[in-house]
Design a protein around this ligand. Structure first.
Ligand SMILES: [Zn+2]
Length: 198
């Protein structure tokens, strides 16, 4: 049975406004779309059931949804790269120092950290010699990060110097004062549990 179309008939987002016949005696409908656009559709296409909008619906469906975890995802891959990719400029301070990336999935990372609280925050490790792992990561402000990274200011040259100085008997305390780091950290350097690759 042939479907009958009337003015006011709704087809998806389209409402039929007026029926016209074109120069080839084809039936056409002028429609108004919910988005406000006017649209011409042939009755043949209406019978077949498509399309259901002026094109706005298809466009909406093809528009990717905003990626609400983009920042956190970038942080995940950034940290992972620093720990595992020797070509990363920062690998020296992470992977090479023995810092491991122990998160096994993005979901685990998102669950642990949640959303970045505000711009300017970055992920850092609570214990700076610990790994990227649940319980040891947080969103930190630049100030918190700097405080935490204080003893990372040392260069390879400094480390070599400190080890030499210790080997000739200069006290750990003295070296700690000279380099503005903690005495236990000097011991770590000397025993090569930090900066073992130098
Ligand atoms: Zn539309």
């Amino acid at each position: 049975m042939r479907k009958v179309f009337n003015v006011g008939y709704r087809h998806g987002r389209l409402t039929l406004v007026e029926r016209v016949t074109n120069d080839r005696r084809k039936s056409l409908w002028k429609c108004r779309c919910e988005c406000g656009n006017e649209y011409i559709i042939t009755e043949t296409r209406l019978v077949r059931g498509a399309p259901k909008s002026c094109g706005c619906l298809e466009q909406e469906n093809n528009t990717p949804r905003p990626d609400i975890w983009a920042v956190e995802r970038r942080a995940f891959y950034g940290a992972k790269g620093r720990c595992t990719n020797k070509n990363e400029p920062n690998y020296q301070n992470y992977g090479a120092r023995g810092i491991q990336f122990k998160f096994t999935s993005l979901a685990q990372w998102f669950t642990e950290l949640g959303h970045r609280p505000a711009q300017g925050y970055a992920v850092d490790r609570i214990n700076n010699d610990g790994h990227y792992e649940p319980g040891n990561v947080r969103w930190a402000t630049p100030v918190q990060q700097r405080r935490n990274q204080r003893h990372k200011k040392l260069t390879a040259k400094d480390v070599i110097f400190i080890r030499k100085a210790r080997s000739v008997g200069i006290f750990t305390k003295v070296l700690a004062k000279w380099f503005d780091v903690s005495a236990p950290y000097i011991s770590q350097l000397t025993s090569q549990s930090s900066w073992w690759y130098v």
